[in-house]
Design a protein around this ligand. Structure first.
Ligand code: F6R
Length: 615
């Protein structure tokens, strides 16, 4: 949520900042801004509502010189997405500029105090309060910018990643974080800061992940200094090597990142599975499980916590772990779990699932689980993000950067890792027989090829999408393993085409939602040939007899549905527990093409952001 980029070095900062913001636009794109200090010490600020491209047009008319600068792309939390509310915010005297990702919870109290001291505010944001507070401290105590930032942050409650520069000082950039991510890129005579590593790639592969409550002072020509905000003690500087490449951040010939990410699932799942199943398919090896065997052997209950698409993956994970490991499993929305006073203890394992590894509610849920003594395991995509750094152990899904805001390859990566985890735990606890492990693990190893095969439905789904482009509502129905697939299919459609869609367990439909069905309400029914196939056939009949159009996702060669459903999309046959991985592919494509037909911006749908770092 919101993206920050900062630069100090020998190159022109503006182009680096703009290019960096474009890579971070997935985090928010309702307004953007940049502040630079030129060699004469002048502070120049340019801001615009809308996307970074708008900012470029505005900035082109002004001074963009300077080798130091900060910039921001916003996802509004306090105040509408206007030019005035866009970051950077500048203090009343025009001396200090600041960009911020997060929320200042006590901003109202601070604002009142500053107003009493004669400060006036231009914007409706919480961020402006922070920059004014820094100015106030600096003016009243005559301290340095660093001291003023540090003192101000000690008075602030909430979450922040910030970057600050000052008029008259083209040599100092200050950055700090608490509960919002910030990465420092260490180049040759140049330093970058950013909300994630993507703006830094191509300049340097040496990065430092700033920790909570740390403040960095980056001075031209001097060694980087990082301190703890609380103690003012120097922190150990831990430089890590980035493994991302520029090619992973580009569209690779596709029209959109989302389409690229849908089509790269065979490759990403190969990466996700690499080295995790023995060659003979007889064993699953996850180091996070191997190194913590006692925790998984002792545990009496597993709770999965996540948000959004990751929560849908968690629902599938519940079925997998229950089936293969026979341990009681619960699934919770992280946002509910954190305020639900959960009953947890040392015999609990909490598994957090998150693509970004930065989701505020999931991070808070982890914190609570740890405080209550549970063992916390993370399933995450972004290497080095806050969630993997705050869990006791975990498994990365390794599907590469997901840039389209609607999650696709991360979902299939999460389900794949949860399948591996369920098998590994079943083996460890001795509740799954070797034959079953071999059957599922062998089919899972083949899943990249199976998905390649599934993607051949692309043209058919595109044609089908035209029939439904102007529907106002959709129902997605599934049972068992595919009830979560139905939820995920509905979420994809809502997010990018803005069509209302509901996912429902197919058999529950008759307890209420069936009242909605008429000829204007199409249903997408996930009906592979599994143990519930006969049951779902009668659910399809119930929809058809009320005049609703039915699109059925069926297993290849099963023609029985042809006479009942209006349209059938065939998917390859796989073991029942793997059907969500395959069935989700046509659902991703259907949502994608409907949104494209409607002319929507699929990579950056309205009101959304990729990484939800606020409550
Ligand atoms: C949907 C989507 C969101 C995320 C949710 C959790 O396409 O992307 O629903 O799944 O915001 O994000 P992570 O997985 O980063 O914790």
């Amino acid at each position: 949520m919101c993206g920050i980029v900062g630069y100090i070095g020998s190159q022109g900062a503006y182009d680096i900042l703009i290019q960096g913001l474009k890579r971070l636009e997935y985090r928010g794109y309702d307004s953007a801004g940049v502040a630079l200090v030129d060699t004469d010490g002048c502070l120049n600020v340019h801001k615009a509502h809308g996307k970074v491209a708008n900012l470029e047009s505005v900035a082109a008319m002004g001074n963009t010189n300077g080798t130091i600068g900060i910039s921001h792309t916003r996802w509004a939390t306090h105040g509408e997405p206007t030019d005035t509310n866009a970051h950077p915010h500048v203090s009343q005297t025009g001396e200090i500029a600041l960009v911020h990702n997060g929320t200042i919870e006590n901003y109202a109290v601070l604002k009142k105090a500053l107003t009493d001291h004669g400060y006036t505010f231009r914007s409706e944001t919480d961020t402006e309060v922070l920059v004014q507070l820094i100015q106030y401290i600096k003016d009243t105590t005559k301290c340095s910018l660093f001291e003023a930032v540090r003192e101000a942050l000690l008075q602030v409650e909430g979450a922040y990643a910030i970057a600050v520069i000052e008029k008259g000082d083209p040599d100092t950039l200050i950055a700090a974080r608490k509960a919002s991510p910030l990465v420092i890129g260490v180049g040759e005579n140049e330093t970058f800061i950013a909300s994630d590593a993507t703006p830094i790639i191509g300049y340097t592969d040496r990065v430092i992940y700033l920790k909570d409550n740390e403040i960095a002072v980056i001075k031209r020509g001097e060694p980087l200094s990082i301190m703890s905000l609380d103690s003012n003690e120097p922190s150990k500087i831990d430089i890590q090597k980035l493994k991302l490449s520029l090619a992973q951040l580009e569209k690779g010939g596709y029209d959109t990142f989302m389409l690229k990410e849908i089509f790269e699932q065979p490759a990403t799942l190969r990466d996700c599975l690499r080295g995790r199943i023995t060659d003979d398919g007889a064993r699953v090896v996850l180091s996070g499980v191997e190194l913590n065997k006692d925790k998984f052997l002792e545990c009496e209950r597993i709770t999965l916590v996540a948000c959004g698409t990751s929560w849908h993956a968690a629902l599938i994970g519940k079925r997998l772990i229950q089936d293969f490991c026979r341990v009681p499993v619960e699934v919770e929305y992280a946002s509910e779990f954190r305020y639900g006073n959960p009953v947890l203890g040392p015999k609990d394992v909490v598994i957090s699932i998150s693509q970004s590894g930065e989701t505020a509610d999931t991070l808070a849920a982890i914190q609570i689980a740890k405080e209550k003594g549970a063992f916390v395991y993370g399933v995450c995509n972004v290497v080095g993000a806050s969630i993997p750094r705050n869990t006791d152990a975990g498994t990365y899904i390794h599907v590469g950067p997901e840039i389209g805001v609607a999650s696709t390859k991360a979902f299939t990566g999460q389900v794949t890792v949860l399948t591996l985890l369920a098998l590994a735990l079943g083996q460890l606890r001795g509740v799954i027989d070797a034959e079953k492990v071999r059957e599922v693990a062998t089919a899972l190893k083949a899943i990249p090829a199976t998905i390649e095969e599934t993607l051949k439905c692309d043209a058919e789904v595109q044609t089908l999408s035209r029939i439904f482009t102007y529907a106002h509502n959709f129902l997605y129905l599934g049972r068992g393993y595919n009830y979560p697939t139905a939820l995920e299919g509905a979420l994809k459609l809502k997010e990018i085409s803005y069509i209302h869609a509901e996912g429902y367990p197919a058999a529950e439909m008759k307890h209420g939602p069936i009242a909605l069905i008429d000829h204007e309400m199409p249903s997408v029914i996930i009906a592979p040939s599994d143990s519930l196939y006969d049951k779902i056939i009668s659910n399809v009949q119930q929809v058809k007899s009320r005049g609703g159009a039915v699109v059925a996702i069926v297993s290849k060669g099963n023609t029985a549905m042809n006479d009942i459903a209006d349209y059938c999309i065939e998917i390859p046959s796989v073991p029942e527990c793997l059907t969500p991985l395959v069935a989700s592919i046509p659902l991703q494509l259907l949502a994608y093409y409907i949104a494209v037909n409607k002319g929507k911006d699929v990579d950056q749908p309205r009101n959304l952001a990729k990484s939800v770092t606020v409550e």
